[in-house]
Design a protein around this ligand. Structure first.
Ligand SMILES: Cc1cc2nc3c(=O)[nH]c(=O)nc-3n(C[C@H](O)[C@H](O)[C@H](O)COP(=O)(O)O)c2cc1C
Length: 361
């Protein structure tokens, strides 16, 4: 590594460390719970035995024991190896999908590759690599990442699919953000022509128009990553606060609630590609809600983070609870498997309905 890259490396590691600490200790969510807007019609005579409920599903040709993906959280700094190991061990035990955090750090500095590749030690049915759209474009500093880098990122974690995240909300709030976006779709298209790509938002949602463009660009699926859970405007607000950057503090506060609520994004971005619903899911009931409105899987990051920091046992308890809640919801709507859950009657209420009324007029 060239000596001038050293400060960049330190900056990336510090940022990753800060993200974890902030998400684990501060309130980075919203006060309005969009998933509570989705209500099921209760079935008083379910005609299914709780024990026979089957939560298994297939996405991207991979069979999961439950329709849950541990969303991209981390990699690229000291503590990340342990966090990813804990997450990977429960993904293996419960047969869930799992993503790693942005792998740019490891492409630039192979010394930290281990903090991601640790997940290869586990039999995870769906492993998801991760790079960001802003890094696929010339930002004026380093050359953009190319398809070869994407392939290396996938190999690093033995990925079945590569998530390419769209995180311009975060980039615009953070002081060192990559704010060039021209050519993003083209770069995604290039990646998707050579690699299996999952287009992923990180908390601001995907509208129908973008979903259609992404479908045309031949991505294999969408992680709609909507508003309702971890807000990266909030995360960057806290970073700016501790750095004494009042402008960024204000921008972070102003855009805290920016984005398309996840249940709304699941409905409008349904253009015939598999959808992972990430953003604000807290319970197994939320996972059931997501599937009832068209998602193939529910993704969770914030909910898993505290337990991932505590250790494997805490994570096992969290996932067991979520799975029991999912099965309870399936029981109470009379769904013996995921396809029956997908056709269970759900009603959209509250702010999510207000959004949908205007978007689907
Ligand atoms: C600490 C932390 C770091 C994250 N880093 C990434 C990342 O590197 N790449 C990415 O695509 N998403 C990243 N995310 C976003 C999540 O994958 C997810 O889309 C978002 O947190 C919304 O889900 P939640 O409400 O369940 O937390 C991160 C989330 C957290 C909490």
């Amino acid at each position: 590594m060239a000596p001038q890259d050293e400060p960049d490396k330190k900056l990336i590691e510090k940022r990753k460390h800060d993200h974890i600490e902030i998400c684990a200790s501060e309130d980075v969510g919203q006060s309005y719970m969009y998933w509570d807007d989705v209500k099921f019609l209760h079935n008083p005579l379910p005609e299914v035995d709780f024990e026979e409920i089957d939560t298994s599903t297939t996405i991207f040709g991979r069979k999961l024991k439950a329709p849950i993906v541990i969303s991209a959280i981390t990699g690229g700094y000291g503590k990340a190896e342990e966090i990813n190991r804990n997450l990977a061990s429960v993904a293996e035990e419960f047969g869930l999908g799992m993503g790693v955090g942005s792998q740019r750090a490891a492409l630039e500095n192979p010394e930290v590759a281990r903090t991601y590749s640790v997940i290869k030690e586990f039999e995870i049915p769906l492993r998801i690599g991760n790079l960001g759209v802003p890094q696929l474009i010339h930002q004026g500093k380093k050359p953009p990442l190319d398809v070869g880098d994407g392939r290396r990122a996938m190999e690093m974690v033995d990925a079945h699919i590569l998530a390419v995240h769209m995180n311009y909300l975060q980039e615009i709030v953070q002081p060192e953000g990559d704010t060039k976006s021209k050519g993003g779709l083209k770069a995604l298209e290039k990646f998707a022509s050579a690699l299996p790509v999952l287009a992923k938002e990180t908390g601001a949602g995907i509208p129908k128009e973008t979903a259609l463009k992404l479908k045309k660009a031949k991505v294999k699926g969408l992680d709609v990553g909507g508003l309702g859970g971890t807000s990266f405007a909030a995360v960057e607000y806290y970073r700016a606060k501790s750095a004494g950057d009042s402008t960024r503090v204000n921008i972070g506060r102003t855009f805290w609630d920016w984005g398309i609520p996840t249940p709304v994004a699941v409905v409008v971005a349904n253009v015939g590609l598999p959808i992972i619903a990430t953003g604000g899911l807290r319970t197994g009931l939320d996972v059931a809600r997501a599937l009832s409105i068209g998602a193939s899987c529910g993704g969770m990051a914030g909910r898993f983070l505290p337990a991932a920091l505590e250790g494997r046992e805490a994570l096992v308890a969290e996932v067991s609870t979520i799975l029991d809640e999912l099965r309870a919801a399936m029981f109470l709507v009379g769904a013996k498997d995921i396809s029956e859950l997908a056709s269970a009657k759900a009603i959209m209420t509250g702010r999510s309905k207000e959004w949908l009324d205007q978007l689907t007029e």
